[in-house]
Design a protein around this ligand. Structure first.
Ligand code: KG4
Ligand code: ZN
Length: 348
């Protein structure tokens, strides 16, 4: 069974062919980083224009490197949200047109569900139930995944997503976009204890908050600039990067540990762009082995946005007999699953 996955939710145009929901035959990602870098963040209008230029070449490349044509496909799985609406519309419109013209079944996939299912593209795949921490530029959410299609949102960020905080701190330090990999690299040589930054643990809640850490970094930068009256030194940048990263990682690891204890589940999936962070991967690994838990961290290219994860989730929708109609719409806001009693779900 060959599924063509398509993801245009943010700033990467991606298409992939996945066999039987688990085996990646091709996974093409066309990055727009160069286009957005000079603006210090994603410009939605430029993103959707670039998607419309790239969608067909990227799909063609995914098919040709898989050595197949459209007629070999069992189904097309497209990400229909959450994300930037102009970007999502390109992928959805394209997928609907090909599905209609070539009579190929279409299934719709939630982007966050895709991040969860990235773990099924690796060996071994997790068994149900498991906890899934999805940390990216747009989301920071913790789910209890009971089975395919059954997602309970335990918590989510109340303000910035973790990746957004990395991107903003990079900008505050006068560095480029995306900030995550830059901070990660700088932090390796810095002292994580140099600055005592706040950790918002939000007791009794699985929610997250990262805006306080970001503000504390901004204040520290201001203080240093006012004191030294000269540009930020390399040593300062390294130390503030390491201290900031340590604070974010402390919160993420502590929350997952608490959820494991509360829910009695010792199986964790960590995915999303921020799951590429070297300190987060190391600390999560350490916590998992100390608590005798199984940890599933997809390889870095599968943690970031890619269409193979959409095809992996789409495979299960297809098996469940779900089909998207030609009226399928893109949705900027699209929560995954249900929320714990007394809470609202969110997605963006
Ligand atoms: O999942 P993703 O590719 O796109 C979204 O769905 O948002 O995540 C992108 C985010 C960006 O904020 C980027 O700065 C962050 O992931 N990121 C990292 C690292 N690599 C990418 N954050 C921390 N450390 C990294 N190594
Ligand atoms: Zn994503």
């Amino acid at each position: 069974m060959l599924i063509l996955g398509i993801d245009t939710s943010c700033d990467d145009t991606s298409a992939a062919v996945v066999r039987n929901g688990r085996e990646i035959v091709s996974n093409i990602v066309s990055s727009q980083t160069e286009i957005h870098q000079k603006y210090g963040g994603i410009v939605p209008e430029l993103a959707s224009r670039r998607h419309s230029e790239m969608i067909w070449p990227v799909v063609q490349e995914a098919l040709s490197s898989a050595g197949i044509g459209l007629s070999d496909l069992t189904a097309i799985a497209v990400c229909h949200g959450p994300g930037l609406i102009g970007s999502l519309l390109i992928g959805c419109g394209f997928a609907k047109a090909v599905s209609f013209a070539r009579s190929i079944p279409l299934v719709a996939v939630n982007h966050l569900e895709g991040h969860v299912f990235a773990a099924f593209l690796e060996d071994p795949a997790p068994e149900f139930p498991f906890l899934a921490l999805i940390v990216s530029g747009g989301h920071t959410s913790l789910y209890l995944v009971e089975s395919f299609g059954s997602y309970l949102e335990l918590g989510r960020t109340r303000d910035d997503a973790a990746g957004e905080a990395f991107d903003k701190v990079s900008k505050l330090l006068g560095m480029s976009y995306p900030g995550g990999p830059i901070i990660d690299r700088l932090a390796r040589e810095g002292n994580p204890k140099a600055f005592d930054l706040p950790r918002a643990y939000l007791p009794e809640s699985f929610d997250f908050s990262f805006s306080g850490i970001k503000t504390a970094v901004r204040n520290q930068i201001q203080k240093t600039v006012n004191k030294d009256k000269e540009p930020l030194s390399e040593a300062f940048r390294r130390d503030i990067a390491a201290s900031f990263q340590a604070a974010v990682v402390d919160v993420l690891v502590r929350k997952v540990q608490w959820a494991m204890d509360q829910k009695g589940i010792r199986r964790i999936v960590l995915s999303g762009g921020v799951a590429a962070n070297s300190e987060l991967r190391a600390r999560m690994q350490q916590m998992a082995s100390e608590h005798d838990a199984e940890l599933y961290m997809p390889s870095i290219r599968l943690c970031a946005d890619n269409a193979a994860m959409i095809a992996a989730a789409g495979y299960h929708h297809y098996l469940a007999g779900e089909r998207a109609a030609i009226s399928l719409n893109a949705k900027a806001y699209l929560p995954l699953g249900r929320a714990e009693a007394g809470k609202e779900t969110t997605a963006c």
